[in-house]
Structure formats: structure tokens, C-alpha cells
Design a protein around this ligand. Structure first.
Ligand SMILES: [Zn+2]
Length: 139
């Protein structure tokens, strides 16, 4: 049984080394997590800063600003197409795409007149009120 005693001691020893190493590993894992978190915070701050810079330098010929400007225009265009497919419409005041059932522009707040519906000829005639017959039959 001497062998097993020694083996047992050795195992305890190894166990300690492993747990020490595990502690180091968990420390460095935690550090790496912290580093990632800090880098993410940094990225977020850069984004906010970049957006602010863009707002202040919209007309610059800078490559990135031009790219952002063009991309925004493309997105707006695509959104208009999608909204068109979904039955959206453009705000006459600011050009933003607004859902068909919205009474106000969600970008500039302009009231959207009924007349905007003019080009929509496939509009269903309102029949909800008319088709409803009087149920006031008292016996
Ligand atoms: Zn608008």
C-alpha cells in the first residue's frame, strides 16, 4: 500500500499545482474578458465620436465621410423601395419614408394629408360602416 500512499501524496501535490495553474488561467481569462470589455467600450466611444464628427463634417470630401453619405443615401433609397413594396409613402416635406397607415411623418413630424393617397388607385372602398346593418331589432 506504500505505493498508493506515495501516489496519493503525489496526486495531492499535482492537484495543488493544477489548481494554482487553474487560478492563473482563470485570472488571465478574467483579464482577457476585461480587456475585451474595455476594447468594446473603446469601440463604442469611437462610434459615437465618429457619428458626431460626421454630423459636423457632412459636406467634407473625406473618403470615409463620402462613403457614409453615399451609404446613407443608398439605405434611404432601399428603404423607400421596401416601403413602396409594403405600401409606404414619402413625406412631402422631408422625403422620409413613412408607413402608409401613419398620419404623421416619423422623421420631421409633418402631418401627412389624405391627398398623398391619390396615386394609390387600388385602394379598397371603405365598407366597414356601410355594410353594417342595424341590429336594433327589438322583439
Ligand atoms: Zn417628414
Amino acid at each position: 500500500m506504500d505505493f498508493f500512499d506515495r501516489l496519493g501524496d503525489r496526486l495531492i501535490e499535482v492537484g495543488r499545482e493544477v489548481s494554482d495553474r487553474a487560478k492563473d488561467v482563470s485570472d488571465s481569462t478574467r483579464m482577457q474578458y476585461e480587456i475585451r470589455k474595455k476594447k468594446q467600450e473603446l469601440d463604442d466611444a469611437y462610434k459615437v465620436l465618429g457619428k458626431r464628427y460626421f454630423e459636423e463634417n457632412k459636406d467634407s470630401a473625406d473618403d470615409e465621410i463620402t462613403l457614409i453619405r453615399e451609404t446613407l443615401a443608398e439605405i434611404e433609397d432601399m428603404e423607400a423601395q421596401v416601403a413602396g413594396l409594403k405600401g409606404g409613402r414619402r413625406c412631402p416635406k422631408c422625403g422620409a419614408v413613412v408607413p402608409m397607415d401613419s398620419g404623421y411623418c416619423n422623421k420631421c413630424g409633418a402631418k401627412l394629408e389624405e391627398s398623398i393617397f391619390e396615386d394609390e388607385d387600388a385602394k379598397e372602398p371603405k365598407s366597414t360602416e356601410e355594410s353594417k346593418t342595424s341590429d336594433e331589432t327589438e322583439d
